[in-house]
Design a protein around this ligand. Structure first.
Ligand code: SF4
Length: 162
């Protein structure tokens, strides 16, 4: 794992092929959904996006909004190798609860739901917490407060030392 910045490479829990077969991610019920990916300032520069969120595209027929980088036909991310930090972090999220910040899990992700009690998830969680609490990473996230949001219905797993 490297520090979040212009290009992040977080070790992944979920194999890419599994994500590509799922039609849950990258689609949102509202244009201003808290679930749409927030961008680090460096990612905004890299992607040429003005604003802290990926702009969404409306699909009237399906009555949803989807990420501008989603190739709907085959559920592929057109920038998969360089997708934003928050996309790499999912199904984990940085969840604000009052003054605390939790590393949380979205059990709407079918893979996370199936593996929530697995040893591999627990091991991954340890490594992820360790990564996020490194001083440099923690500072970068603090400098990008848009990365910590409040999510409804997620499972708080670890309180982070933020
Ligand atoms: S950037 Fe890629 S992974 Fe992230 S929401 Fe868009 S399509 Fe999905």
């Amino acid at each position: 794992m490297t520090g979040p910045g212009a290009s992040v490479s977080l070790k992944q829990l979920i194999p890419a092929g599994v994500c590509m077969q799922c039609q849950g991610c990258c689609r949102f019920q509202a244009q201003d959904s808290p679930w749409s990916p927030a961008l680090l300032a460096a990612e905004q520069d890299r992607l040429g996006i003005i604003g802290s969120k990926i702009p969404l595209v409306r699909d009237d027929a399906a009555d949803i909004w989807y990420c501008r980088y989603l190739r709907v036909a085959d559920t592929a991310c057109r920038i998969y190798g360089q997708r934003p930090f928050e996309c790499q972090l999912y199904p984990f999220l940085l969840n604000r609860c009052g003054k605390s910040v939790f590393l949380s899990l979205d059990l709407h992700c079918p893979y996370a739901h199936r593996h929530q009690q697995s040893g591999s998830l627990a091991e991954y969680l340890d490594a992820l917490q360790q990564y996020l609490e490194q001083p440099l990473v923690r500072q970068q996230i603090k400098d990008n407060p848009q990365m910590i949001q409040t999510y409804e219905g997620v499972t708080n797993l670890r309180e982070l030392a933020f």
